[in-house]
Design a protein around this ligand. Structure first.
Ligand SMILES: Nc1ncnc2c1ncn2[C@@H]1O[C@H](COP(=O)(O)OP(=O)(O)OP(=O)(O)O)[C@@H](O)[C@H]1O
Length: 615
């Protein structure tokens, strides 16, 4: 009930903010439209009665003038109403879209976007939001139908209260049945949402450039198509079951309505023959019963449709009113320039309560102006730690401090404005080369000089300059809309290493950042490029606080502090020389990697021993 109230309030707010004057005009037109059919029926009854009793022509004219006026209004008002409604609907839709995506910005962490239930809700919310204009229009229609209905009920009550009660009584079960159906439809939509999500996943895989190689090489197309169709089949089964139920219920209701109308007609004609009703009464009765039944049926359908739209709209309202996924300080402390460093104090973290711990008490200081490197085996939690430093998640236990202030007491947007980062799974935007780099700092969107400097720092300037349209070349094989001149273009794609340099250029664009996170920034580069990029990064990092994550130990050896992460804790800490002298796991990993570059190194994938080999 509370959620219904909230949805109704949200819809009313959307209408009001879309333009109060327009809303009032639309409501006025709707109100007048509602009264017109009843006025026509009543005036027709009076005209017929006057005709039967041979009333003077002046009396008839007095009735015919308003009857014609009402007819004209009935012809003209729907167009005016449709225009006002459509304009209001467009404005409502824009505002709904804006509010939904504004609300999504409130989710400052990554958690919700990794939760299937949230993703389903988001999809339904987007549908519900897009439905806002239909929902609002349907609500006004519903109001008009209800008012017309009240007018006809009044008319039938005047002639026969008993008949009015019978027709109304027939409508109540219909209303209850339709509401139940609407609830079932909403539950069905929620139930099939995961199937639709999976179906979309398979269909996207089948059409995705990224998956095309493996799909073809491993012959996955048939398998994926089968799974996609299986999901569609399950969703169809659920829809079919509901449609069958609808069919039975609605046929029964229509039949009952027809029987009541027929019975009423017989009664009215017999009553008129016996002199209990006038001819005008019969005409009004026929018009009123038809209007009442039509109106009741429209009302029942309208309520059911609006109700199911309201339930869909509820998902939209849920998302729009959802609090942030991470607690945001009511009065955040300012995030000043980094002065002393960043500290992790006994940080414990797991992605969900039912998942294993990734970090089990990490304590580490990243001193101001120094480069700290984190190394460790796959899955040790290095990227997780980097994400915690961006406050994409909060530690489950322990805390992270920026110059002594807990990250939870800072404004996440202010904190992130002070960070630069290259993530292991960096983005490749289907934009132009210029826009791709500008995503790192939108203030540089129109400053080609800054973009070129960042590209040069990342060692990708020459490659971009040689593209057909230089920095304006679209980096995609899809059709894209340039952010700059809104022209459609298709372009070229870059190699993996070039994309990685683009990600670096984005990070370098933030040359004002206090703290730089580089998570495997050179994993896709050839040895020469890697060497080059590391030289550039070293230059860039000097006098800056940075965190470097890399499996290439040669790349991290110059960091002031190297932390080895294993079993969820920092197991070794120190400069390269200290760690080598300690001869622990770091030294072993380093020697193992170095041995890979020796000509006499053992084969990395030794085959099974040959027959006769000594064991
Ligand atoms: N979004 C997520 N949801 C659930 N578990 C996750 C998520 N991201 C990572 N994990 C798990 O957390 C653990 C640590 O992952 P993480 O990516 O931090 O390791 P890593 O040290 O960076 O590994 P690699 O060297 O392979 O990049 C892994 O077991 C991984 O499965």
């Amino acid at each position: 009930m509370a959620s219904t109230r909230r949805s109704v309030a949200e819809a009313a707010g959307l209408v009001w903010h879309a333009g109060p004057t327009r809303a009032v005009c639309y409501a006025g037109v709707t109100l007048v439209q509602a009264g017109l059919p009843v006025a026509v029926a009543w005036l027709t009854k009076l005209v017929l009665d006057d005709l039967v009793r041979r009333a003077p022509i002046e009396d008839l004219v007095q009735l015919l003038v308003p009857l014609v006026a009402v007819g004209v209004a009935m012809a003209a008002l729907p167009q005016a109403g449709a225009y006002l409604g459509a304009e209001m609907g467009r404005r409502v839709a824009v505002r709904a879209l804006d509010r939904l995506y504004l609300a999504m910005e409130r989710f400052v962490g990554l958690g919700p976007f990794e939760t299937p239930a949230f993703l389903d809700r988001l999809r339904l919310a987007a549908t519900g939001g897009a439905m806002a204009r239909i929902f609002v229009g349907a609500t006004f229609d519903l109001g008009r139908t209800a008012l017309t209905l009240c007018g006809f009920i009044g008319a039938v009550v005047v002639i026969s209260p008993l008949m009015a009660a019978a027709v109304l009584a027939a409508g109540i079960p219909a209303l209850v049945a339709q509401l139940a159906l609407a609830n079932r439809r909403a539950a069905m939509l929620w139930g099939v949402a995961p199937m639709q999500r999976r179906e979309m996943f398979y269909s996207q895989l089948l059409g995705s450039v990224a998956a095309a190689k493996e799909v073809r090489l491993f012959g996955l197309a048939g398998f994926l198509r089968g799974r996609m169709l299986a999901e569609r089949g399950r969703a169809n089964d659920a829809e079919r079951a509901l449609d069958r139920r609808n069919l039975l219920t609605e046929s029964g209701l229509e039949l009952a309505g027809a029987l009541i109308a027929g019975g009423g007609l017989v009664w009215a004609v017999l009553a008129a023959a016996a002199g209990a009703l006038t001819v005008g009464d019969v005409s009004l009765f026929i018009a009123a019963v038809a209007g009442l039944q039509g109106g009741l049926s429209a009302l029942v359908h309208g309520i059911a449709t609006t109700h199911s739209q309201l339930l869909a709209f509820g998902h939209y309202a849920d998302v729009v009113h959802a609090p942030s996924d991470l607690p945001i300080a009511a009065e955040p402390r300012p995030t000043g320039p980094l002065r002393t460093g960043i500290e992790l104090r006994d940080v414990w973290f797991r992605y969900a309560d039912d998942l294993p711990w990734v970090l089990r008490g990490v304590t580490l200081t990243l001193p101001y102006g120094q480069a700290v490197a984190i190394v460790g085996l796959n899955g040790a939690g290095k990227s997780t730690l980097a994400k915690l430093l961006c406050r994409f998640y909060d530690p489950v236990r322990g805390s992270i401090h920026w110059d002594g202030t807990d990250l939870r007491d800072l404004d996440p947007a202010e904190l992130r404005a002070r960070l630069g980062a290259v993530f292991q799974d960096h983005m490749t935007y289907d934009f132009s080369a210029r826009d791709n780099i500008a995503m790192g700092d939108l203030s540089a969107l129109d400053d080609l000089g800054r973009i070129q400097a960042a590209a040069a720092n990342a060692g990708v300037h020459e490659a971009i300059a040689e593209l057909p349209d230089g920095y304006d070349t679209a980096l995609t094989r899809m059709f894209v809309l340039s952010l700059k001149n809104e022209k459609l273009a298709t372009g070229v794609t870059l190699s993996g290493g070039q994309w990685q340099r683009m990600a670096l250029a984005r990070a370098f664009l933030r040359d004002h950042a206090d703290f730089m996170i580089l998570d495997e920034p050179s994993s896709e580069l050839d040895p020469e490029a890697e060497h080059d990029v590391h030289l550039r990064m070293r230059r860039y990092r000097s006098d800056r606080t940075s965190l470097l994550i890399s499996h290439r130990l040669n790349a991290v050896r110059e960091a002031e502090v190297i932390a080895v992460l294993s079993d969820g804790v920092v197991s070794e800490l120190g400069a390269h020389d200290e760690l080598m002298a300690a001869d622990g796991p770091y030294a072993r990993m380093f020697r193992l990697q170095a041995s890979g570059y020796q000509e006499t190194a053992p084969h990395p994938f030794p085959g099974p021993p040959a027959p006769g080999d000594a064991t």
